[in-house]
Design a protein around this ligand. Sequence first.
Ligand code: ZN
Length: 130
Amino acid sequence: MSQLKIKQKGNGYAVASVGNLATFGGKDFLKDALSLTGMEVSFGTLAAGEAVPFNHKHKQNEELYIVLSGTGVFTLDGEDIAVESGDAVRIDPNVVRCNRNTGATPFTYICIQAKANSLEQCTATDGVIL
Ligand code: ZN
């Protein structure tokens, strides 16, 4: 069951929340809720002992997983990579992936999907200081 709630929508912005991350469970996607146009973002949590029940890859999107809490393993093209809170894992679209919680506490992360090689400018080249 989704925990995502729209908190506010304005002219050109939107705010949503999954609430307290310490008690967040499951998976919630933000694209539709926030009307994202260049990326998909999700909050995900795996309970102790839980694993994503399938392997997957993507057609065109790279993914960035940012681990918020707990410890886990990403299996990337058959190689196990141990991760923990504070780690960021970037994955090419065609890499077969799965992840699981290896700790005793919830393994919580944010996943950002964006079209590989689509970023044309960022930070100092895209930001405009007013
Ligand atoms: Zn994916």
